[in-house]
Design a protein around this ligand. Structure first.
Ligand code: ADP
Length: 191
Protein backbone atom coordinates (compact mmCIF):
# COMPACT_ATOMS: atom_id res chain seq x y z
CA UNK A 1 0.00 0.00 0.00
CA UNK A 2 1.59 3.26 -1.12
CA UNK A 3 -0.35 6.34 -0.16
CA UNK A 4 0.19 10.08 -0.12
CA UNK A 5 -1.62 12.69 1.92
CA UNK A 6 -1.64 16.23 0.57
CA UNK A 7 -3.21 19.49 1.65
CA UNK A 8 -2.29 22.92 2.94
CA UNK A 9 -0.21 23.44 6.10
CA UNK A 10 -2.56 23.10 9.06
CA UNK A 11 -5.14 20.91 7.28
CA UNK A 12 -4.42 18.12 9.74
CA UNK A 13 -2.31 15.86 7.52
CA UNK A 14 -0.05 14.65 10.31
CA UNK A 15 -2.93 13.73 12.61
CA UNK A 16 -4.85 11.86 9.91
CA UNK A 17 -1.70 10.23 8.52
CA UNK A 18 -1.12 8.47 11.84
CA UNK A 19 -4.61 6.92 11.93
CA UNK A 20 -4.61 5.91 8.29
CA UNK A 21 -1.13 4.39 8.49
CA UNK A 22 -2.04 2.47 11.63
CA UNK A 23 -5.11 1.06 9.91
CA UNK A 24 -3.13 -0.20 6.92
CA UNK A 25 -0.14 -1.26 9.06
CA UNK A 26 2.31 0.89 7.17
CA UNK A 27 4.61 3.61 8.49
CA UNK A 28 3.49 7.25 8.29
CA UNK A 29 6.51 9.11 7.00
CA UNK A 30 6.42 12.85 7.61
CA UNK A 31 9.22 14.88 6.06
CA UNK A 32 8.43 17.73 8.48
CA UNK A 33 8.83 15.37 11.46
CA UNK A 34 12.09 13.95 10.13
CA UNK A 35 13.45 17.47 9.60
CA UNK A 36 12.36 18.51 13.09
CA UNK A 37 13.99 15.43 14.65
CA UNK A 38 17.22 16.34 12.86
CA UNK A 39 16.98 19.93 13.98
CA UNK A 40 16.45 18.72 17.56
CA UNK A 41 19.51 16.49 17.38
CA UNK A 42 21.63 19.16 15.71
CA UNK A 43 22.64 16.90 12.80
CA UNK A 44 24.17 18.48 9.66
CA UNK A 45 20.85 17.83 7.88
CA UNK A 46 19.00 19.57 10.69
CA UNK A 47 21.30 22.58 10.64
CA UNK A 48 20.81 22.92 6.89
CA UNK A 49 17.03 22.42 7.02
CA UNK A 50 16.41 24.81 9.91
CA UNK A 51 17.32 27.89 7.88
CA UNK A 52 14.55 27.17 5.42
CA UNK A 53 11.98 25.90 7.88
CA UNK A 54 12.24 28.92 10.12
CA UNK A 55 11.49 31.13 7.13
CA UNK A 56 8.59 28.98 5.90
CA UNK A 57 10.49 28.07 2.73
CA UNK A 58 10.99 24.60 1.31
CA UNK A 59 14.18 22.74 2.01
CA UNK A 60 16.06 22.22 -1.31
CA UNK A 61 14.90 19.23 -3.36
CA UNK A 62 18.28 17.47 -3.39
CA UNK A 63 18.34 17.39 0.39
CA UNK A 64 14.72 16.33 0.77
CA UNK A 65 14.82 13.71 -1.99
CA UNK A 66 17.87 11.96 -0.54
CA UNK A 67 16.29 11.90 2.89
CA UNK A 68 13.05 10.34 1.60
CA UNK A 69 14.91 7.82 -0.53
CA UNK A 70 16.84 6.63 2.54
CA UNK A 71 13.71 6.46 4.63
CA UNK A 72 11.60 4.44 2.22
CA UNK A 73 14.48 2.02 1.74
CA UNK A 74 14.20 1.02 5.38
CA UNK A 75 12.73 -2.44 6.05
CA UNK A 76 9.48 -1.22 7.60
CA UNK A 77 8.59 0.68 4.42
CA UNK A 78 9.23 -2.13 1.94
CA UNK A 79 5.58 -3.28 1.95
CA UNK A 80 4.24 0.25 1.78
CA UNK A 81 4.09 3.67 3.33
CA UNK A 82 2.03 6.80 3.74
CA UNK A 83 3.94 9.94 2.85
CA UNK A 84 2.92 13.13 4.60
CA UNK A 85 4.50 16.34 3.34
CA UNK A 86 6.16 14.81 0.29
CA UNK A 87 6.16 15.45 -2.63
CA UNK A 88 5.79 19.24 -2.53
CA UNK A 89 7.52 20.24 -5.76
CA UNK A 90 7.43 18.96 -9.32
CA UNK A 91 10.99 17.66 -8.95
CA UNK A 92 9.87 15.69 -5.91
CA UNK A 93 6.90 14.22 -7.80
CA UNK A 94 9.28 13.00 -10.49
CA UNK A 95 11.77 11.68 -7.97
CA UNK A 96 9.06 9.77 -6.13
CA UNK A 97 7.76 8.28 -9.39
CA UNK A 98 11.28 7.00 -10.03
CA UNK A 99 11.67 5.58 -6.54
CA UNK A 100 8.33 3.77 -6.64
CA UNK A 101 8.80 2.47 -10.19
CA UNK A 102 12.25 1.19 -9.30
CA UNK A 103 10.70 -1.20 -6.79
CA UNK A 104 8.17 -2.38 -9.39
CA UNK A 105 5.22 -0.79 -7.62
CA UNK A 106 2.93 2.17 -8.13
CA UNK A 107 1.08 4.63 -5.93
CA UNK A 108 -2.33 3.39 -4.82
CA UNK A 109 -4.07 6.59 -3.76
CA UNK A 110 -3.57 10.25 -2.89
CA UNK A 111 -5.66 11.64 -0.05
CA UNK A 112 -6.27 15.35 -0.56
CA UNK A 113 -7.40 17.13 2.59
CA UNK A 114 -9.25 20.35 1.90
CA UNK A 115 -9.58 23.12 4.44
CA UNK A 116 -10.78 26.64 4.91
CA UNK A 117 -7.92 29.10 4.80
CA UNK A 118 -8.94 31.29 7.76
CA UNK A 119 -9.72 28.27 9.89
CA UNK A 120 -6.28 26.88 9.09
CA UNK A 121 -4.40 29.98 10.16
CA UNK A 122 -6.32 29.90 13.43
CA UNK A 123 -5.52 26.24 13.98
CA UNK A 124 -1.85 26.87 13.41
CA UNK A 125 -1.80 29.82 15.78
CA UNK A 126 -3.44 27.62 18.43
CA UNK A 127 -0.86 24.92 17.78
CA UNK A 128 1.85 27.53 18.25
CA UNK A 129 0.69 27.99 21.82
CA UNK A 130 0.54 24.30 22.70
CA UNK A 131 3.43 22.84 20.72
CA UNK A 132 5.64 25.87 20.33
CA UNK A 133 6.86 25.02 16.84
CA UNK A 134 9.44 27.56 15.69
CA UNK A 135 7.67 27.98 12.33
CA UNK A 136 4.21 28.67 13.77
CA UNK A 137 4.47 32.45 13.98
CA UNK A 138 1.88 34.42 12.00
CA UNK A 139 4.29 35.67 9.32
CA UNK A 140 5.82 32.26 8.76
CA UNK A 141 2.39 30.60 8.70
CA UNK A 142 1.32 33.00 5.93
CA UNK A 143 4.50 32.36 3.99
CA UNK A 144 3.98 28.58 4.28
CA UNK A 145 0.44 29.00 2.90
CA UNK A 146 1.77 31.06 -0.01
CA UNK A 147 4.51 28.60 -0.86
CA UNK A 148 1.98 25.78 -0.70
CA UNK A 149 -0.43 27.58 -3.05
CA UNK A 150 2.34 28.39 -5.52
CA UNK A 151 4.36 25.20 -5.53
CA UNK A 152 2.38 22.30 -4.16
CA UNK A 153 -1.33 22.82 -4.81
CA UNK A 154 -0.85 22.70 -8.61
CA UNK A 155 0.73 19.23 -8.25
CA UNK A 156 -2.57 17.74 -7.13
CA UNK A 157 -3.75 17.99 -10.75
CA UNK A 158 -1.04 15.55 -11.80
CA UNK A 159 -2.41 12.90 -9.46
CA UNK A 160 -5.99 13.79 -10.35
CA UNK A 161 -5.23 13.08 -13.99
CA UNK A 162 -3.89 9.70 -12.96
CA UNK A 163 -7.19 9.02 -11.20
CA UNK A 164 -5.53 8.65 -7.81
CA UNK A 165 -6.99 11.52 -5.79
CA UNK A 166 -9.53 11.24 -2.99
CA UNK A 167 -10.64 14.69 -1.90
CA UNK A 168 -11.79 14.77 1.69
CA UNK A 169 -13.14 17.69 3.69
CA UNK A 170 -10.61 18.21 6.49
CA UNK A 171 -12.89 20.43 8.58
CA UNK A 172 -14.67 19.06 11.65
CA UNK A 173 -13.77 16.62 14.41
CA UNK A 174 -10.64 14.53 13.96
CA UNK A 175 -12.49 11.19 13.98
CA UNK A 176 -15.13 12.47 11.54
CA UNK A 177 -12.37 13.37 9.11
CA UNK A 178 -10.70 9.97 9.62
CA UNK A 179 -14.01 8.27 8.83
CA UNK A 180 -14.41 10.34 5.67
CA UNK A 181 -10.97 9.22 4.54
CA UNK A 182 -11.77 5.55 5.12
CA UNK A 183 -15.12 5.92 3.34
CA UNK A 184 -13.41 7.55 0.41
CA UNK A 185 -10.71 4.89 0.16
CA UNK A 186 -13.21 2.09 0.58
CA UNK A 187 -13.47 -0.05 -2.52
CA UNK A 188 -10.27 1.28 -3.99
CA UNK A 189 -8.06 -0.27 -1.41
CA UNK A 190 -8.37 -3.51 0.49
CA UNK A 191 -6.90 -3.40 3.97
P1 ADP B 1 3.33 22.22 7.54
O1 ADP B 1 2.28 22.04 8.58
O2 ADP B 1 3.75 23.65 7.40
O3 ADP B 1 2.98 21.59 6.24
P2 ADP B 1 5.48 20.24 7.97
O4 ADP B 1 5.75 19.74 9.33
O5 ADP B 1 4.91 19.28 7.00
O6 ADP B 1 4.59 21.53 8.14
O7 ADP B 1 6.83 20.85 7.35
C1 ADP B 1 7.55 21.85 8.04
C2 ADP B 1 8.64 22.43 7.15
O8 ADP B 1 9.54 21.39 6.75
C3 ADP B 1 8.16 23.03 5.83
O9 ADP B 1 7.69 24.35 5.97
C4 ADP B 1 9.45 22.95 5.00
O10 ADP B 1 10.37 23.95 5.36
C5 ADP B 1 10.04 21.62 5.43
N1 ADP B 1 9.58 20.53 4.56
C6 ADP B 1 8.76 19.49 4.91
N2 ADP B 1 8.53 18.68 3.86
C7 ADP B 1 9.22 19.21 2.81
C8 ADP B 1 9.39 18.84 1.44
N3 ADP B 1 8.81 17.76 0.91
N4 ADP B 1 10.17 19.64 0.66
C9 ADP B 1 10.77 20.72 1.16
N5 ADP B 1 10.66 21.13 2.43
C10 ADP B 1 9.89 20.39 3.25
Amino acid sequence: MRLLIMGPPGAGKGTQAKYVAEHFKIPAISTGDIFRANVGQGTPLGIEAKRYMDAGEYVPDEVTNLMVRDRIDEPDAVAGFLLDGYPRTLAQVEELDGMVAFTGHSLDAVIVLTADRDEIVERLLRRAQTEGRADDTEDVIRRRQEVYAEETEPLIAIYRERGLTHEVDGMGEVDQVTQRIFDSLNGVIES
